[in-house]
Design a protein around this ligand. Structure first.
Ligand code: ARG
Length: 462
C-alpha cells in the first residue's frame, strides 16, 4: 500500500517507502506526545481567545486533543510510520475525531516552534525529576555520613595512601558535588523555560497571536525575543547534556571507588546480595556490576553531549532537519541519568556495608601519619621544610627496620630529634590525626559535623 501524501498539493507522489522510514521520527518522538498535546491545547485556546478562530471551534479542538490524551494513555493510540512524526500524528487523529475543524489547529504555528515547545516542556519536567533524585541521593549520603563521622578511612592522592580521613568527610564530598549538579540544573532550567511558541517557521506570523498567553498557559517564564533564535536554539539542550555529563562523571568516580573498595585488595566494603551479581563460572565471585554499569554508561552520556555540539556547529539559521537528531540524545541521556541515580542511591541506601574493622586496621598500618610528625615538630619550633626532610629520614629508617612510626621507641624518636617527647604517640594516632584537621572544610570531626548540619539545613529549606 502506498502511504498517503503528507505534503501540500505541490507534491504529486508520496515518499519512497525507505525514504519515509528514514525521514520519520515517530518511533522515538512519540515520547513527546503528552507535551505535544499540552502545547496544542494552549495554542488552540489562544486561537480562540484572540478570535483567530471562533471560540466554539477552539473548544472542540481542546476536547479532541484531550480525547487523544485519553486514548494514548489507554494504549489505544499507536501511530505508525505513516504519521512521520508525533506532531502530524496528533493533527491527523484530531481531524478524525473532530472533523474538518481539526485542520485549523496548525493556524499561525509551524512544527518548528511546536517541536521546540515540546522538547522544552519535556526537559523541564525531567530536570525537576532529576533534581528530586539528586536530593534523595544526598539524603542517603547525609544519613550515612552522620553514622560514620568517627569511622576512619585511608585518604589517597595518586592512589597512594596520603592521610587518613573521616569516612563522613569522604561521603560528604559527593554531597557537595551533587549539590553543584542540583544548582546547575536549577540554573539552566531558567533557560529551558522560555517559550518559542509563536516564532512560527522562522519569522513569526501574520496572525494576531498572543505569545504571552500561550507562555503563561504552559508555565513558561518568558518568550523568545527573536523568532529565528527561538526555533533554532538548542543551547538549553546542550547545557542540559553538559550538566547530565557532569552528574554521570560524579557517579562514575563514585562507582570506581566502590569497585576498588569492594575488591579483595581493599575490602573496605562488602556488597550485599541485593546489589551484586555472580559469575557464571567462578562460584566464589561477587561482582560489582551496578557501579561498573554506571561507569560504563557515563561514556554514552558524554557521547551525546559531543554529538549535539557537533550537530549544531555548522547549522545556518534557522530550523534544519538535523535538529530532529537532538531527540534520541536527549531522551537517552534523561533515561540513563535517572536510572543511574536510582541505582546508586539504592546501592548506598541498602546494597553495601562499610567494613569498620578492616578500615580501622587499614588506617593504622601505614605511614599516612607522617605529615603529622612534621606538623608536630613545627609546633615545637622546627621550620616545616626541615621537619619534612627529617620525617622522610624517619620513614626510611622505619621501613628498613620493618616498623611503623607508632612502633618507634621514645629513645629512637629522640635520637632523630631532641624535640620529640612522649606526646608524639598521641599526635600520630589515626583518630587524633583526623580529629586535629579542624581547618574550615577539613576532615576534623568538628568541621565534618558542621558540614553535615549545614547540608541537612539546606535540604530541609527546599
Ligand atoms: N520531526 C521534526 C523534528 O523533530 C519536527 C520539525 C520538522 N520541521 C520541519 N520543518 N521539517 O525536528
Amino acid at each position: 500500500m502506498t502511504p498517503p501524501k503528507t505534503w501540500s498539493d505541490r507534491f504529486e507522489t508520496a515518499l519512497h517507502p525507505a525514504i519515509a522510514r528514514f525521514n520519520a521520527s515517530i518511533r522515538f518522538d512519540i515520547e513527546l506526545i503528552e507535551y505535544d498535546l499540552t502545547g496544542s491545547v494552549a495554542h488552540a485556546k489562544m486561537l480562540g481567545q484572540t478570535g483567530i478562530i471562533p471560540a466554539d471551534e477552539a473548544t472542540q479542538l481542546v476536547a479532541g486533543l484531550e480525547q487523544i490524551r485519553r486514548e494514548y494513555r489507554a494504549g489505544e493510540f499507536q501511530p505508525g510510520i505513516e504519521a512521520e512524526d508525533v506532531h502530524f500524528a496528533v493533527e491527523r487523529r484530531l481531524t478524525e475525531i473532530v472533523g474538518a475543524v481539526g485542520k485549523k489547529l496548525h493556524t499561525a504555528r509551524s512544527r518548528n516552534d511546536q517541536v521546540g515547545t515540546d522538547i522544552r516542556l519535556y526537559l523541564r519536567d525531567q530536570i525537576d525529576t532529576i533534581r528530586v533524585q539528586l536530593r534523595q541521593f544526598q539524603q542517603v549520603f547525609l544519613d550515612l555520613a552522620a553514622q560514620h563521622i568517627e569511622t576512619l578511612i585511608p585518604g589517597y592522592t595518586h592512589l597512594q595512601r596520603a592521610q587518613p580521613l573521616s569516612l563522613a568527610h569522604h561521603l560528604m564530598a559527593y554531597v557537595q558535588m551533587t549539590q553543584r549538579d542540583w544548582q546547575r540544573l536549577g540554573d539552566l532550567r531558567q533557560r529551558v523555560n522560555i517559550s518559542p511558541l509563536g516564532c512560527g517557521a522562522l519569522a513569526g506570523t501574520t496572525f494576531p497571536i498572543d505569545r504571552e498567553f500561550t507562555a503563561k498557559e504552559l508555565g513558561f517564564a518568558g518568550i523568545y525575543a527573536n523568532s529565528l533564535d527561538g526555533v533554532s536554539d538548542r543551547d538549553f539542550a546542550i547545557e542540559f547534556l553538559s550538566a547530565a555529563s557532569l552528574i554521570m562523571v560524579h557517579l562514575s568516580r563514585l562507582s570506581e571507588e566502590v569497585i576498588l573498595w569492594a575488591s579483595q585488595e581493599f575490602s573496605f566494603v562488602t556488597l550485599k546480595d541485593n546489589c551484586s551479581t555472580g559469575s557464571s563460572i567462578m562460584p566464589q565471585k561477587k561482582n560489582p556490576d551496578i557501579p561498573e554499569l554506571v561507569r560504563g554508561k557515563t561514556g554514552r552520556v558524554c557521547g551525546h553531549l559531543q554529538a549535539l555540539l557537533v550537530l549544531m556547529k555548522g547549522l545556518p539559521l534557522a530550523y534544519n532537519k538535523d535538529l530532529q537528531e537532538d531527540k534520541e540524545a536527549i531522551f537517552d541521556t534523561v533515561k540513563t541519568v535517572q536510572a543511574c541515580l536510582e541505582a546508586m542511591t539504592i546501592l548506598f541506601a541498602e546494597g553495601l556495608d562499610f567494613c569498620s574493622d578492616r578500615l580501622a586496621q587499614a588506617v593504622a598500618e601505614d605511614f599516612s601519619n607522617a605529615t603529622d610528625v612534621a606538623d608536630y615538630l613545627v609546633t615545637k619550633g622546627v621550620p616545616f621544610r626541615e621537619a619534612y626532610n627529617l620525617v622522610g629520614k624517619v620513614v626510611k629508617t622505619s621501613l628498613a627496620a620493618g616498623k611503623l612510626l607508632k612502633d618507634l621507641t621514645l629513645a629512637e624518636w629522640q635520637a632523630l630529634h631532641p624535640a620529640f617527647e612522649a606526646d608524639i604517640y598521641l599526635a600520630i594516632a589515626p583518630r587524633q590525626v583526623v580529629a586535629a584537621r579542624n581547618s574550615a572544610g577539613g576532615t576534623g570531626f568538628e568541621p565534618v559535623r558542621q558540614a553535615i548540619a549545614a547540608m541537612q539545613a539546606e535540604l530541609r529549606s527546599d
